[in-house]
Design a protein around this ligand. Structure first.
Ligand code: ATP
Ligand code: MG
Ligand code: FE
Length: 339
């Protein structure tokens, strides 16, 4: 089965062709990050307009790279949500038009489920049951995955997402938006124990909270700013350590609690080298196997949407031409509802 994936939930216009849910034939990502950077975050209205301009060229490129025509495909999979409503609508309208014109079935995909499927793309041998930590710009969740497409949530953030906290503190430290990759790099030059930032809900279940940490870091930064140049690398290293330290600890504790021998990471923050290092060591010490997608599959892309869409297509799930965007779609919602 050849599936074209389309992703426009935030500020990446992306299209990809994946065969059999695991074999990548093309993967095109047009990022708008340069446009949004000067605003320090994504401006929804600009994002929608940019998606309109980029979508068809990106789809054309994905088909060309794969050496295929629309008529060679078996399905069109598109992100239904969660995400920015205007941005989602552009991808959905484009996917509907392509499906209608070509007679191909349309499949609706949950963006967060897509992040999870980046693992299947990277590691075709990965099979449930496994534990998944999803940490992205808008989500931080610990899920038990008993079977493909089935999810049991063990915990989630009570306030900010991990990526959101990283981007906010990164901004105050003068890093370009989004700050994750740059904080990751800078942190390697700093001392992670320079500032003892708080780690909320430590040892208390599987929920996360990053707002207290964010406030503590902000206060420390303001205090230091009044004194002279900021020790940016030490601040980045200490803040990052507090964020990914809690993520790693809770993922391991959850794996122990449910007896998961496999742990998969997903979402943009899963690209973080320190998180990967901490979990790789700790998981191996307990005889658990850690699965991580390559960084380009962690951040937003359409290959993961095609991979998730393939599974739903194979199950016979189809979306109608009345498919609507679902900006707050949750993993527990059935996909493909009119929204
Ligand atoms: P969601 O998937 O929840 O809808 P999103 O699509 O905006 O949100 P992603 O694309 O999955 O989020 O991830 C983007 C986030 O990942 C940003 O907050 C970014 O700073 C962070 N990120 C990217 N690379 C790294 C890294 N190496 N270390 C830490 N964070 C990173
Ligand atoms: Mg993005
Ligand atoms: Fe995402």
């Amino acid at each position: 089965g050849l599936v074209l994936g389309i992703e426009t939930s935030c500020d990446e216009t992306a299209a990809a062709v994946v065969a059999g849910g695991t074999r990548l034939l093309s993967n095109v990502v047009a990022s708008q990050v340069e446009v949004h950077r000067r605003f320090g975050g994504v401006v929804p209205e600009i994002a929608s307009r940019r998606h309109v301009e980029a979508l068809l060229p990106v789809v054309r490129q994905a088909l060309d790279d794969a050496g295929l025509e629309l008529k060679d495909l078996d399905a069109v999979a598109v992100t239904q949500g969660p995400g920015l409503v205007g941005a989602l609508l552009v991808g959905i309208a484009g996917a509907k038009a392509l499906a209608y014109a070509s007679g191909l079935p349309l499949v609706a995909v949950n963006h967060i489920e897509g992040h999870l499927y980046a693992n299947r793309l990277e590691h075709p041998e990965l099979e449930p049951p496994f534990l998944c930590l999803i940490a992205s710009g808008g989500h931080t969740e610990l899920l038990e995955v008993p079977a493909w497409g089935a999810y049991r949530r063990l915990g989630r953030t009570r306030d900010d997402a991990a990526g959101e906290a990283i981007d906010k503190i990164g901004r105050v430290l003068g890093l370009p938006y989004p700050a994750g990759a740059e904080m990751d790099r800078l942190a390697r030059e700093g001392d992670p124990s320079a500032f003892p930032f708080p780690r909320a809900l430590r040892g208390e279940g599987f929920d996360f909270s990053f707002s207290g940490l964010k406030t503590a870091a902000l206060n420390e930064i303001r205090r230091l700013q009044a004194r002279g140049p900021l020790p940016v690398a030490d601040l980045a290293a200490s803040f990052q350590e507090a964020v990914v330290g809690v993520l790693a600890e809770k993922a391991l504790a959850a794996a122990r609690a449910v007896g998961a021998g496999r742990i998969a990471l997903a979402g943009g923050v899963a690209a973080n080298s320190r998180l990967r290092e901490l979990l790789a060591e700790a998981a191996a010490a307990e005889g658990r196997v850690l699965y991580v997608p390559r960084p380009a599959f962690c951040t937003d892309n359409a290959a993961m949407i095609a991979a998730a869409g393939w599974v739903r297509w194979q199950r016979g799930e189809r979306a109608g031409l009345d498919l609507n965007a679902a900006p707050a779609l949750s993993l527990e919602d059935p996909p493909g509802d009119a929204g």
